[in-house]
Design a protein around this ligand. Structure first.
Ligand code: 13P
Length: 254
C-alpha cells in the first residue's frame, strides 16, 4: 500500500519566525497516520530539520542542482540538502520550468542527483491552460512523465506531483474527473514503463488545494496526497488538509 503524503511547498516565503507554524503543525499531528513533508526555503532547512526533533515530519528542498558539487554560484546540490537534514527534494516545479527555463532533461538530471544523494525526488509536472484548452493535457503530461522521470526511479525514491499550471495559486481546480483522468493515465504509464513497481509511485495532486476541497480531492482514485502551496504556510490551513488525508487513509484497504 502506498503511504499517503501531505506535502507543503513554502516557495519563496518564510523566515525563522515561520518555524512556529511547523511547531503548531507538529502539535496538531503528534503521531500522524500519514507522511507529512514541508519544503521551506533552503535558508530554513537545517533549522527546521533540527527543530522538529524526533517528530516524523520530513523536510525537503524545493530544487537542487544536477551536479554533486562544483562551480555553480548560488546553486545547492542534493547532497547539501541531505547534509542539512532534508530527505526529499522537489524538482521540475512549473515555477522552475518557467522562471529558469528548465526542460524535462534538466529535471531528469536533478532527479538523478536526488536519487544519488539518497533523497526522494518529488517530480512535478502539469499542463498550461492553453494546452488543456487545446486538448493536449495527456500528451503533455505523458511527455513530461516519460522525460522527467529518469531510469532508476522507483516507488521508493520518486513521487510524481501533477500540478496543472493554471491551478497553481489561482483558486481554480480541475474537476475530480479531470484529476482522476490524469492520475489514472500517469499510473498506467508508470506501470507500462516500470512494471509492477509502477503501482508503488505515490502520485500527488497540487494546485489550489485548500481545507474546503481536500476531502473531495483525496477521494479520487490514484491521488495519494497533495502538494500544497499557499495553504501550507499557516498550520491553521495545512492542518485540516492533513486531517482530511488522514481520514482518507483510514478508509484505504490495509
Ligand atoms: O505550486 C503549488 C505547490 O507546489 C501549488 O500552489 P497553491 O497551493 O498555492 O496553488
Amino acid at each position: 500500500m502506498r503511504r499517503r503524503l501531505a506535502a507543503g511547498n513554502w516557495k519563496m516565503n518564510g523566515t525563522a519566525a515561520s518555524l512556529s507554524e511547523m511547531d503548531a503543525l507538529i502539535e496538531a499531528h503528534l503521531s500522524p497516520s500519514v507522511e507529512i513533508l514541508l519544503c521551506p526555503p533552503a535558508t530554513l532547512i537545517a533549522a527546521m530539520a533540527s527543530r522538529k526533533g524526533q517528530h516524523p515530519l520530513a523536510v525537503g528542498g524545493q530544487d537542487c542542482h544536477a551536479a554533486a558539487s562544483g562551480a555553480h554560484t548560488g546553486d545547492l546540490s542534493a547532497q547539501q540538502f541531505k547534509d542539512a537534514g532534508a530527505t526529499f527534494v522537489l524538482v521540475g516545479h512549473s515555477e522552475r520550468r518557467t522562471d529558469h527555463r528548465e526542460t524535462d532533461d534538466v529535471v531528469a538530471g536533478k532527479a538523478r542527483a536526488a536519487h544519488a544523494a539518497g533523497l526522494v525526488a518529488v517530480i512535478c509536472l502539469g499542463e498550461t491552460l492553453a494546452e488543456r484548452e487545446a486538448g493536449q493535457t495527456l500528451d503533455v503530461v505523458g511527455r513530461q512523465l516519460d522525460n522527467s522521470v529518469p531510469d532508476g526511479a522507483t516507488g521508493l525514491n520518486t513521487v510524481v506531483a501533477y500540478e496543472p499550471v493554471w491551478a497553481i495559486g489561482t483558486g481554480l481546480t480541475p474537476t475530480s474527473e479531470q484529476i482522476g483522468e490524469v492520475h489514472e493515465f500517469m499510473r498506467s504509464r508508470l506501470s507500462a514503463r516500470f512494471g509492477a513497481d509502477g503501482a508503488y509511485f505515490r502520485l500527488l495532486y497540487g494546485g489550489s488545494v485548500k481545507p474546503s476541497n481536500a476531502t473531495e480531492i483525496f477521494a479520487i482514485p490514484d491521488v495519494d496526497g497533495a502538494l500544497v502551496g499557499g495553504a501550507s504556510l499557516k498550520a491553521a490551513d495545512f492542518s485540516p488538509i492533513v486531517t482530511a488525508l488522514e481520514q482518507a487513509a483510514d478508509m484505504d484497504l490495509p
